[in-house]
Design a protein around this ligand. Structure first.
Ligand SMILES: [Zn+2]
Length: 409
């Protein structure tokens, strides 16, 4: 029982059985109730029971081999007793035990766990160090635009490798419309030279001195695309959001992000709310577009709860917008409900914001760092400290996703 002394509301609980973690849940309440414990579990031979009770929510079932997670956390293997791990360490393994990660689904067998060649950090580092042709002190946009196009294909579950003819038809117009104004449109350059990123395969053509010409690529029937490892990592939601955010903010800061992402099928990544704009249709605001039945429905009770909890005061600036008879605020999902984000409709994924900060948060102009500071994305400067109600557990995992979209992963 003393081992449980450090637990608190908001902590994560992992269930362990047969050398695997089989579920995770979040503590939403702690209480002592001996009569209840006796009724449920009885007593042991010493007349003891388990009266320290945890109420759990956000239960997710899965099967993850326990050993790599435990070793990563510095916990002796095999697990023999209850173990408490601090919140900081927890973040290091959350991705491995992410029930939303497609790595466990049948379509995408697990292959990106620890021990495989390329991980999420390797991918992000490779993307951050892209070799780009510098022209008059401005890096060429050919590679980053091509990478976004290729991520768009993966997201749409299209073939990983693309033949040169198709590549040219699809990528050339993007380079023309979003490349540097004075740069020549040469799709063969990213097709061939993205290999230096370590994330890209070219097949059907032997090593060539310099860049192969378009006619040579066509003759050879060459194809190109993300390597298997890179594609596997990019199928995971957090890694994909971080990759898109990083590419946009590192190489394409002067490009119309919404237009480009829209063209490559990644429109939802231009905002935190994705294809389901938060705040629309609320309190008399007309929806800007029609809804389809596949879009998630937000729970109006949660929306009400967060607004009442903060008395309509914005968690960023503290302002309360006054109306004739009351006050006005907006409930913002941190990780958007709709596609492509598919965040959960939970209090731990909600913020109470004023309309201005809701727009800034949604359009990635501000983000919240690991220490609850609200920072401006363009400068990284701290502008506010996020206000948090004692009963409002905000999940760092969702903020991490939002930071990924901001290119701050
Ligand atoms: Zn505000």
């Amino acid at each position: 029982m003393t081992a449980l002394a450090g637990r608190k509301v908001g902590d994560e609980v992992l269930f362990y059985a047969g050398k695997k973690f089989v579920a995770r849940a979040r503590i939403i309440g702690l209480f002592d109730n001996r009569p209840l414990a006796e009724a449920v579990w009885g007593t042991d031979e010493n007349q003891k029971t388990w009266q320290h009770i945890m109420a759990l929510d956000e239960v997710a079932e899965f099967e993850v081999p326990a050993e790599p997670v435990l070793r990563g956390l510095g916990v002796p293997v095999p697990l023999r007793s209850l173990t408490l791990v601090g919140a900081e360490e927890r973040l290091r393994f959350l991705d491995m035990a992410d029930p939303a990660a497609p790595a466990r689904s049948k379509a995408n067998p697990p292959s990106t766990g620890p021990g495989t060649r390329l991980g999420r950090n390797d991918l992000l580092q490779a993307l951050a160090k892209l070799k780009t042709h510098i022209r008059e002190q401005r890096p060429s946009r050919h590679k980053p635009i091509t990478l976004l196009w290729a991520i768009g294909r993966l997201t749409a579950e299209q073939k990983r490798m693309v033949e040169w003819q198709t590549f040219r038809e699809e990528v050339e117009p993007l380079l023309r419309d979003f490349g540097l104004a004075d740069s020549r449109v040469t799709p063969e350059y990213p097709f061939w030279h993205l290999r230096s990123s370590g994330l890209w395969d070219v097949e059907g053509i032997e090593d060539s001195k310099g860049t192969p010409t378009p006619s040579r690529l066509a003759e050879a029937g060459a194809s190109a695309g993300f390597s298997r490892d890179a594609a596997n990592v990019l199928r995971r939601p957090l890694a994909r959001a971080e990759a898109i955010g990083l590419i946009c903010s590192t190489y394409l800061s002067e490009v119309d992000r919404e237009a480009l992402l829209g063209r490559v099928g990644l429109a939802g990544y231009a905002s935190a709310s994705g294809d389901f704009p938060d705040g629309e249709g609320e309190e008399g605001r007309a929806p800007r577009r029609s809804r389809t039945s596949s879009e998630p429905v937000r729970d109006p009770k949660l929306v009400e709860r967060i607004k009442v909890m903060y008395g309509h005061a914005c968690q960023v600036c503290g302002a309360r917008v006054e109306t004739q008879h009351s006050h006005y605020s907006e409930a913002a999902h941190i990780r958007g409900l709709g596609g492509p984000h598919y965040g959960p409709d939970r209090l731990s994924n909600l913020l109470c914001l004023c309309p201005n900060h809701h727009v800034e948060f949604d359009r990635l102009a501000i983000y919240i760092d690991e220490h609850w500071a609200v920072r401006r994305n363009s400068t990284g400067n701290v502008e506010y400290e996020l206000k948090r109600h004692a009963e409002h557990v905000i999940e760092q995992e969702y903020l991490e996703y939002h930071r990924g979209l901001c290119g701050r992963g």
